[in-house]
Design a protein around this ligand. Structure first.
Ligand SMILES: [Fe+2]
Ligand SMILES: [Fe+2]
Length: 289
C-alpha cells in the first residue's frame, strides 16, 4: 500500500510550555469560553491515550514501512500533547477546579475503565467478529483525528484567536497542538484503510466519535463552571452568546461544518484539505520546529 500522506515527515517536538501567570479566565476574560477549552485540557490527554492504544494495536499488521514509522511519530506527538495539556492540570488544581475528578470520570465512563465505553464495546464487538471491536475503536480514533484536524484548521482562521483575546502562552500551546494535528492528520486514516477499507466502518466510527467528543467537552465545561467560584453570573449570558456565536456562526462554525461533511465522501482522504501552509507559516520562526 502507498502512503498517501505527501506532506513533510512527522517530527516529534519535545516542547515544554511555561504556564506562569496564566489568568484564571484566560480567553476573552470569560469563564464560559475558558472552561470550554479547559475541558479540552482533560478530554485531549485521555482521548490521545485512547488514540495511541487504538492505532498501536494494529501497528504490527502494517506492511508499509513508512506508515509504521509514521505510527511511531504519531504516538510520539500525541504523547507530548497529552503531557503538556496534563501539565496545565497543576494550574487548574491551584485554581481549585479539581481537574482530576473530571479525568477520573472520563476514564471510568469512556476510556480504559473496566465498564467504560471503550472496554465494553470492544469486548462486545469482538465476540461478534474477531477484531471487529479493535477495528471499530480505530475507526472512532480516525474520526476523532478528523475532528482535531478541522478544529485545528478553524483555530488558525478564527479572528478571535489572537494574543489580545487569549493568554499568549496558551495560544502558543493551542497553535503548536493544532499544527501537529494538521501534520499527522492522515496517519490513522491510512492505517484504517490498510486494516479494513470498509466505508461503513469508517462513517459509523464518526457517529460514536461525535457523541464522545461533544458530550465529554460539554460535561467538562459545565463541571468547571460549577467549580469556578470566581465566575460572574451576571456576565454569563453575554459570554454564552459570544461563544455560541463563534462556534455556530463564526469562522469556527463555518469551517467545521464545511470540512465535517467532507468525511462522508466515499473517496475522501484527509490530505484533500490542503492546509499545510498553516503549519509552515506557524513553524517558520519557531526554534523547536
Ligand atoms: Fe493531539
Ligand atoms: Fe492527533
Amino acid at each position: 500500500m502507498t502512503v498517501s500522506n505527501t506532506g513533510p515527515k512527522l517530527k516529534v517536538r519535545n516542547v515544554h510550555f511555561n504556564f506562569d501567570k496564566v489568568p484564571k479566565h484566560w480567553i476573552l476574560r470569560s469563564s464560559v469560553a475558558t472552561h470550554f477549552i479547559n475541558s479540552m485540557h482533560i478530554v485531549f490527554p485521555e482521548g490521545e491515550k485512547f488514540f495511541v492504544r487504538s492505532v498501536r494495536h494494529f501497528a504490527k499488521d502494517i506492511k508499509d514501512a513508512e506508515l509504521r514509522t509514521e505510527i511511531n511519530s504519531f504516538c510520539g506527538q500525541e504523547g507530548v500533547h497529552a503531557r503538556e495539556h496534563q501539565r496545565f492540570w497543576e494550574v487548574m488544581e491551584e485554581q481549585n477546579l479539581k481537574p482530576k475528578n473530571f479525568a477520573n470520570f472520563l476514564k471510568t465512563t469512556m476510556f480504559a475503565g473496566k465498564y467504560s465505553y471503550e472496554k465494553i464495546s470492544t469486548k462486545l464487538l469482538n465476540t461478534i467478529s474477531p477484531q471487529l471491536g479493535d477495528k471499530f475503536q480505530l475507526s472512532v480514533t480516525t474520526a476523532l483525528e478528523h475532528y482535531t484536524a478541522i478544529i485545528a484548521n478553524a483555530l488558525f482562521l478564527e479572528p478571535l484567536a489572537t494574543n489580545k483575546n487569549i493568554a499568549p502562552q496558551m495560544l502558543e500551546l493551542l497553535h503548536w497542538h493544532a499544527s501537529e494535528e494538521i501534520e499527522h492528520k492522515a496517519v490513522c486514516f491510512d492505517v484504517l484503510k490498510e486494516v479494513d477499507d470498509s466505508y461503513l466502518l469508517r462513517v459509523s466510527g464518526m457517529g460514536v466519535a461525535s457523541i464522545l467528543l461533544w458530550s465529554s467537552i460539554a460535561t467538562g465545561q459545565v463541571y468547571f463552571i460549577i467549580m469556578d467560584k470566581d465566575k460572574s453570573i451576571i456576565k454569563m449570558p453575554f459570554e454564552i452568546f459570544i461563544l455560541f456565536n463563534a462556534i455556530v456562526f463564526g469562522e469556527v462554525g463555518k469551517n467545521l461544518s464545511k470540512h465535517f461533511l467532507d468525511y462522508f465522501k466515499p473517496n475522501f482522504h484527509p490530505n484533500d484539505i490542503d492546509d499545510r501552509y498553516l503549519i509552515e507559516k506557524f513553524f517558520k520562526d519557531k526554534t523547536y520546529a
